[in-house]
Design a protein around this ligand. Structure first.
Ligand code: SAM
Length: 497
């Protein structure tokens, strides 16, 4: 079975609210035939509260933030499943089978693994498998066919679609009936008989392929994520009579262990939702979910002009133009390949929309420029939002010492004094803080969100453009007369006069 994230514990924020119950077996009285389940979602680390806000706004429920940073949980009735897939702040989704806030692991590795094996047959799988089944139907309606179970798919073939639907339904009923068999098992001590019942419910049905993925964090476990995935996976296989397959699986069972917290779930996404906007990736393409979090931080308003002066593949302005589309976005970069990628990404989305019959274009334009010398009028931009070179994969730490102050100064020039904002992402925190302190009060730091970008600890800084007039502080005058920026200086003088 596969395993991931066998890292030492990183203590996250406290759990908010009380623990949710697992997939509720009862049918909610107010929701007719819908069942109530708990959905788990991975979100960009640091933006858990942003995701919780979005869920409250769009689905109307309170989300609980897990101790495990980067995960949140919320209850839904199954009629809301489609809306869950439309959330912009979540990466991967799963339905919770069962969760334990304080799982008491045994002392020895052998005992612990034995207990995990026994757990597989005791878990309340039925509702989670029903949701997985429903999820498959939704994905088919959406025409979404990628990832693990993509192997069965024959695109562009209606006959193929029908065949898939049949096979999946058959597989699913086999899975669900195995779980139902288990329900009966709970009523009688003879589990063997019930497992046998489950096998007999759908003779000749195609074997379901599955894998177990264990994500483990914590330094007090006597076992590795590999051990847990292997032994728990073996027991799942025995219970359902599924076939283990690491790559072409129909079902991915998740075993998430964070210190004493254990959550067992079934994956509802095959590919992280963060890749949704980008067809032309670059070396440092930002996850769309992180872009969404950054955009929410600056609260775009109707008719705001929003600038990403170092847009790379355009991930931030594209997410903005799609989700906060009453603002206008300008995306620029000094690298022609980056500009081409942005143009291609924009065109790709436009085409996808046109294919679906939409006539409205995206409110975005793309330019090649040097950020330190923008062809933009002073005080004309409402929001600047960008992902700066960290100096690792992009640029260098040494260059950042010149680049950051020049960027911040030019951004201060074009940004509207008094009301303008900037949301800037960087991992080069020392250089950034030093550059801000040299801005002569043009920017004020309001808030920092600490995030994890590809394993790097980075800051998303929300800055407010103060009312100070550009070009009047000693720092502006001194710096802008420097040899590196003489052109910009001339332009500033012209525009200010
Ligand atoms: C971290 S990357 C941005 C990645 C982007 N957010 C994405 O999702 O693809 C930083 C970008 O800054 C650009 N850049 C560096 N110096 C620049 C400058 N002086 N003017 C404009 N762009 C610059 C680089 O070409 C690079 O594309």
């Amino acid at each position: 079975m596969s395993s991931q994230g066998d890292e030492a514990a990183e203590q996250g924020p406290e759990t908010v609210g009380s623990a949710l119950s697992s997939s509720s077996a009862e049918t909610d009285a107010t929701s007719g035939d819908f069942i109530t389940v708990t959905i788990g979602a991975t979100v960009p680390t640091g933006f858990e509260h942003t995701a919780a806000e979005e869920i409250k706004e769009k689905i109307g429920v309170d989300a609980r933030i897990s101790k495990d940073r980067g995960r949140i949980y919320f209850p839904i009735t199954t009629d809301k499943l489609f809306q869950v897939h439309l959330l912009r702040s979540v990466d991967n989704l799963f339905v919770v089978v069962e969760e334990y806030d304080h799982y008491q692991f045994k002392e020895s590795k052998e005992e612990t693994l034995m207990e995990l094996q026994q757990l597989a047959a005791k878990l309340p799988w039925t509702n989670a498998l029903e949701v997985w089944k429903l999820n498959g139907t939704l994905k088919k309606k959406k025409g979404h066919r990628k990832g693990g179970n993509g192997a069965k798919v024959k695109p562009n073939s209606e006959a193929g679609d029908a065949a898939i639907a049949d096979t999946e339904d058959q597989d699913l009923s086999q899975a669900v009936s195995a779980a139902e068999g288990q329900k009966k098992a709970e009523e009688t001590p003879d589990t063997e008989t019930c497992t046998q019942d489950a096998e007999e419910t759908s003779p000749g049905a195609k074997l379901i392929k599955f894998r177990v993925t264990c994500n483990r964090a914590g330094d007090k476990h006597s076992f590795s994520s590999n051990d847990a995935a292997r032994d728990f996976g073996g027991a799942v296989q025995e219970f359902f009579q599924w076939k283990a397959d690491m790559t072409k699986f129909d079902i991915e069972v998740l075993l998430n262990i964070h210190n004493e917290e254990v959550v067992i779930g079934i994956a509802l996404t095959e590919e992280s939702l963060h890749r949704r906007n980008i067809s032309h990736f670059g070396p440092t393409t930002l996850r769309s979910t992180l872009c969404y979090g950054m955009l929410r931080l600056c609260k775009p308003q109707a008719s705001d002009i929003i600038l990403d002066p170092m847009c790379g593949t355009g991930a931030i302005p594209l997410e903005g133009a799609i989700e906060f589309n009453s603002s206008f976005y300008i995306a620029g970069d000094n690298n022609d390949m980056a500009v081409n990628r942005t143009v291609n990404n924009v065109c790709h989305i436009q085409k996808r929309r046109a294919d679906k019959g939409s006539v409205s274009g995206l409110p975005i334009d793309t330019v090649q420029w040097d950020l330190c010398n923008l062809p933009i009028r002073t005080s004309s931009i409402d929001i600047i939002i960008t992902d700066m070179p960290f100096g690792k994969r992009m640029g260098s730490r040494k260059k950042n010492w010149d680049l950051y102050p020049s960027c911040l100064r030019e951004m201060a020039r074009v940004c509207r004094p008094g009301s303008g904002k900037a949301v800037l992402l960087t991992q080069d925190k020392k250089c950034f803080s030093k550059a801000i302190s040299r801005m002569g009060g043009l920017w004020r730091k309001q808030h920092t969100v600490w995030v994890n970008v590809g394993g790097l600890h980075a800051g998303v800084y929300l800055l407010k453009r103060t009312g100070a007039v550009f070009g009047q502080t000693p720092e502006d005058v001194y710096e802008s007369r420097g040899p590196a920026n003489t052109q910009g200086d001339d332009k500033d003088d012209k525009e200010l006069s």
